[in-house]
Design a binder for this molecule. Structure first.
Ligand code: PMP
Length: 432
């Protein structure tokens, strides 16, 4: 316990210096209420707040902590890298090793450019698609989140969904107009868009499996149909694996999808940086070589391929073997089944949409296939559910529109703490 410190006091002080007291909106607990926990330490499946309270963590830094927090071998790799210099602004051998590691898992990412955030990865992928095709328009799906670049905030998921916003102020209308937003899992809507804008759609960007409006699993064959329709129209398919990549399996959702397909560009983030600021985009050489310095599409970054981030990413990917994925899959299944069971036992109408080891709650009946379905739920049942879990020492994503994340550090003791907390939380949701 850090004597005299409280989450309330930290939050009050933070709000004087930082807008909303947070550096990323959903952390503010806006939709669940209460005071965000100010964290000071994380290890394995647990995080600790300034008051010294331990929580079993189902946020996992919003995805990166596949191996649990502060895995000793990842920390050692970062410490070693730090001792050799924090940032060079010059190429390093580690960047090549990480690019090769990514390509070995996702062969479509034949060449890889490292950046620092998922936002940069998707923003660059779309610039590249426009540069390659000479076309202006981009298609995205409602409820999908691809970071906070101007063109991608329309009907976005994650915090934009949590706040119920249609988009963001500050995005000029001519830029917003370059993005066509379609319902997810709706191939007829896609065909209509292509018919309405012949020869003008540069790219379709899709989350490999939707996980930012709660989990929105692609219908079987949907991604493959997307790839086919894109290619028939001279359009590039950008597969956003920032969240799913190296988390749902060694080759991301692309490696799990029932129907084989070939995206043109793939974006990565989160797990690929092992908890450090690192993301990537990859694709076949003739596309990737359009990037500067070889080609006319500009992209750059002072901290791109930062040696500490590369060390964390490499160590994480090298440790993320079949045993790790089997463990995370099993742990996620245990928790998802228990959530479903306890909510049903409490008489709450709820479903638990799943995609690989990702899942979330939707307080409704019937399948959730698109953003309209996801919004059509009794979302007011989540805040009391969330609060009851937190009260019992389990930290959930502070929004019903976010996926839950487990790790290979979620052992039986951690799962037991989660399972024991669920009945009271389900009861709180029922009483809401
Ligand atoms: N794409 C997807 C699918 C994401 O889930 C996210 C972040 N949650 C991003 C892009 C943006 O990544 P970042 O927050 O690193 O900019």
């Amino acid at each position: 316990m850090t004597r005299g410190r409280s989450n309330e006091a930290e939050f009050a002080r933070a709000r004087h210096a930082i807008p909303g007291g947070v550096d990323s909106p959903v952390r503010a607990y806006g939709s669940v209420g209460g005071t965000p926990r100010f964290l000071v330490r994380a290890r394995g499946a647990s995080v600790w707040d300034v008051e010294g309270r331990e929580y079993t963590d189902l946020v996992c830094s919003w995805g990166p902590a596949l191996l649990g927090h502060a895995h000793p071998e990842v920390v050692a790799a970062v410490q070693q890298a730090a001792a050799d210099g924090l940032s060079f602004g010059a190429p390093t051998p580690g960047e090549t090793l990480l690019a090769e590691e990514i390509r070995a898992r996702v062969p479509g990412a034949e060449k890889v450019r490292l950046v620092s955030t998922g936002t940069e990865a998707t923003m660059t992928a779309l610039r590249l698609a426009r540069g390659a095709t000479g076309r202006p328009l981009v298609v995205k799906f409602a409820g999908h989140y691809h970071g906070h670049s101007d063109g991608l905030l329309a009907q976005a998921g994650s915090g934009v969904a949590t706040q119920g916003l249609p988009g963001s102020a500050g995005v000029p209308e001519p830029i917003a107009a370059q993005t066509l937003v379609l319902p997810y899992n709706d191939l007829a809507a896609l065909a209509t868009a292509f018919a309405a804008h012949p020869g003008r759609i540069a790219a379709v960007i899709t989350e490999a499996a939707g996980a930012n409006a709660g989990v929105l699993r692609p219908d079987p064959g949907f991604n493959a149909a997307l790839a086919r329709i894109c290619h028939e129209n001279g359009t590039l398919l950008v597969l956003d694996e920032v969240l799913t990549g190296f988390r749902v399996g060694p080759a991301g959702w692309w490696g799990l999808d029932e129907t084989p397909f070939t995206p043109d560009l793939v974006t990565f983030g989160k797990v690929v940086g092992g908890g450090m600021p690192l993301a990537a985009l990859g694709g076949r050489p003739e596309l990737m070589d359009l990037l500067a310095p070889l080609g006319p599409v500009y992209q750059a970054g002072t901290l791109s391929g930062n040696p500490l981030a590369v060390a964390a990413g490499l160590a994480t990917l090298r440790l993320a073997d079949a045993t790790v994925y089997a463990h995370v899959d099993r742990a996620a299944g245990v928790v998802a089944d228990a959530v479903e069971r306890e909510l049903a036992a409490a008489g709450v109408a709820a479903v638990v949409p799943r995609a690989g080891n990702l899942f979330s709650i939707a307080f409704r009946t019937g399948t959730v296939r698109d953003y309209d379905d996801a919004r059509d739920q009794e979302d007011w049942r989540y805040p009391p559910f969330f609060a009851a879990m937190l009260e019992q020492g389990v930290s959930l994503p502070p929004s019903v529109y976010e996926a839950w994340f487990l790790s290979s550090a979620h052992d039986d003791a951690a799962l037991d703490r989660i399972l024991r907390a669920l009945p009271a939380a389900a009861g709180a949701a029922a009483a809401a």
